[in-house]
Design a protein around this ligand. Structure first.
Ligand code: IPE
Ligand code: IPE
Ligand code: MG
Length: 242
């Protein structure tokens, strides 16, 4: 995926890494008198165009929150449908994204999602590993607290002395090792909360909440979010912009 178009107009400063909580599928379905499951499936339809819209605006890392460690609390039929949706997305969307040069990563546990999906994830991650386009990370069975807890466990297991531990070294134990911190976290669906997403990594992310339900979120909404980001001033605790 390349920078878009023939336009020579300067692009506003793009965030390096955007992360999205894709929320509102259930409410979208209700609004359209469909089942919640149909809402989730509709949420997949524009995935490819959305990835391309971010990529065309210069975003190099995109992280999508698809299933939280708490989403197992939903009815079994809905969870099954979300797992089937993940399998379909891996089968149909991953090859298309690969053709466009995207590198795919998974963030989260792989021990509860079924062997077939876990193996399919491994295959697409290795198939796309050398690609140099946008890095698309899908957070599936992901929880921010779980991520932090596992990092702490691994340091303790390795007998890492506590006093000299740095934030950077801690960050290298997280699932997001190798990825820059998100500059912008978008949440669709109108809820104003983190829901356990990128708790460590999002310390200084700009937050963008939109009432648009995820299945309605399209390239125009991408542009609006990125334009809003470009107008923000980030200070990282100092008095002036970095
Ligand atoms: C987001 O949509 C998808 C997942 C959490 C898996 P929801 O299913 O949470 O949709 P709402 O919030 O009920 O509308
Ligand atoms: C957050 O949405 C998780 C994902 C979008 C994957 P939820 O719908 O699960 O969040 P809550 O329950 O409203 O906090
Ligand atoms: Mg929700």
């Amino acid at each position: 995926m390349t920078q878009s178009g023939n336009s020579t107009a300067p692009q506003p400063a793009a965030p390096l890494h955007v992360a999205i909580t894709m929320d509102g599928n259930g409410r979208w379905a209700q609004k359209h008198h469909l089942t919640r499951e149909e809402g989730h499936w509709r949420g997949r339809v524009r995935l490819y165009d959305i990835v391309r819209a971010f990529s065309d605006r210069g975003v190099r890392y995109l992280t999508l929150y698809a299933f939280s460690t708490e989403n197992w609390r939903r009815p079994a039929a809905e969870v099954e449908s979300l797992l089937a949706l993940a399998a379909t997305a891996i089968e149909h969307d991953a090859p298309r994204l690969h053709e466009q040069g995207a590198r795919l990563l998974h963030l989260g546990r792989k021990d509860r999602i079924g062997r077939e999906i876990a193996e399919a994830i491994d295959r697409v991650v290795s198939m796309t590993g050398a690609n140099t386009g946008i890095t698309l990370s899908v957070a599936f069975d992901y929880g921010g607290r779980q991520d932090i807890l596992e990092a702490a466990r691994s340091l303790i297991r390795d007998g890492r002395p506590a006093e000299s531990l740095t934030e950077q070294e801690f960050g290298e134990r997280l699932l997001t090792r190798g990825l820059p911190d998100p500059d912008l976290i978008i949440r669709t669906g109108g809820e104003l909360r983190m829901s356990n997403f990128l708790l460590w990594q999002g310390a200084y992310a700009e937050l963008y909440f939109t009432p648009t339900l995820w299945p309605d979120f399209g390239p125009d909404d991408v542009n609006q979010a990125l334009d809003t980001y470009a107008a923000r001033t980030r200070r990282f605790g100092a008095l002036e912009a970095d």
